[in-house]
Write a protein that binds this ligand. Structure first.
Ligand SMILES: Cc1cc2nc3c(=O)[nH]c(=O)nc-3n(C[C@H](O)[C@H](O)[C@H](O)COP(=O)(O)OP(=O)(O)OC[C@H]3O[C@@H](n4cnc5c(N)ncnc54)[C@H](O)[C@@H]3O)c2cc1C
Length: 306
């Protein structure tokens, strides 16, 4: 099921047609407050009431025209203005291919640097999402370059990739901000773990390295996962080396395990919710279905009359 859904995520014919289906549009609402920024800001105010801060990501990837990349970059500057105007504790998280990385790396760099600069002015962070494995080396090199000029930038790393522990050692000297996730793409077994047990063990190992770095002031670290068992294990390891719950950051997606987001926040953890919005939600939504095939049943139930 996961393989089929991830294939569907990449299929251009389906990408064109599936988003038009009314039942799919209805189902996607459980993960996305709406297609526009106004809906995303409203959602951030709701999550704030439950003690959970926000991050915004406008859906879209692999733009094919430089003007689209320019428009995306301008949009994120508007998002930062809105974060400031609404006095939100919120960050932004961006895919490099949405900023035209496939077309012109230098232009994408200028766009991201401008966003990081504006984020610094309002005292917040700009994050780089991690995409499929073809992009990993380039994205890390991009992050190293942008980190040299900006303190307030973060990078997502994927625990399922065999290479990630080496990437962690490479990045630690630059005092990185890292959001660790399990990884959402279809990657071959030659480069990525597939078994949950192996992915979880890799996640825990990398997280343990980072919480030590957090304690020593050498990194910022977010556990980007809905896996509460993993969060508890990280919290225990953190406690054992003297970290308070308030020094442990957890980030989950809007609409997923909302009860747990609030419970962790109530216990003093720093919990952030990544709010995705926008018109280009199809591949992203398919990856969410692939993570939990039970969600397919939820989507299909929308066409039944009961
Ligand atoms: C803040 C954040 C940012 C992310 N950024 C990236 C990125 O830049 N690049 C990338 O490759 N991946 C990214 N991901 C996705 C990530 O790689 C995983 O695919 C995703 O988080 C599912 O794994 P999990 O850690 O939640 O653990 P899992 O073991 O998949 O899930 C743990 C439990 O959480 C619940 N759960 C998980 N997913 C869902 C869902 N979709 N619907 C309902 N319940 C669910 C289930 O109850 C499950 O038992 C991000 C995830 C988060 C939370």
């Amino acid at each position: 099921m996961r393989t089929i859904l991830l294939w569907m995520a990449r299929n251009a014919w389906l990408k064109e047609r599936v988003p038009r289906l009314r039942f799919v549009r209805r189902a996607v609402r459980s993960f996305m407050p709406g297609e526009d920024l106004v809906s995303a800001i409203a959602a951030a105010k709701t999550t704030r009431a439950g003690g959970v801060t926000a991050a915004f990501t406008r859906l879209g990837e692999n733009v094919t025209d430089p003007s689209e990349a320019d428009a995306v970059a301008a949009h994120y500057l508007t998002v930062l203005d809105q974060i400031e105007a609404n006095k939100l504790d919120a960050e932004v998280s961006i895919k490099l291919t949405q900023l035209g990385y496939d077309l012109d790396v230098e232009a994408a760099f200028r766009h991201f640097a401008a966003i990081a600069q504006r984020a610094a002015e309002i005292g917040t962070f700009a994050w780089i999402d991690m995409e499929g494995s073809d992009y990993v080396e380039g994205t890390i090199a991009f992050y190293e370059r942008v980190r040299a000029g900006h303190e307030n930038v973060g990078l997502c790393l994927q625990a399922y990739l065999h290479r990630t522990p080496a990437d962690v050692q490479r990045l630690l000297p630059i005092r990185p901000a890292i959001r660790l996730v399990k990884g959402a793409y279809a990657e071959p077994t030659a480069i990525a773990y597939h078994a949950k047990r192996e992915v979880d063990a890799a996640f825990l190992g990398i997280a343990t390295t980072f919480i030590q770095a957090v304690r020593d002031g050498g990194a910022r670290f977010q556990a980007g996962t809905h896996d509460v068992d993993l969060v508890e294990q990280i919290a225990r390891s953190g406690g054992a080396i003297g970290l308070e719950p308030g020094q442990i950051e957890v980030e989950m997606l809007y609409g997923i395990r909302v009860d747990q987001q609030r419970k962790l926040a109530a216990r003093g953890f720093k919990v952030r919710c990544l709010i995705a919005y926008g018109e280009h939600w199809y591949p992203w939504y398919m990856r969410r279905l692939a993570e939990r095939p039970a969600n397919v049943l939820f989507a299909l139930r929308q066409i039944l009359p009961w």
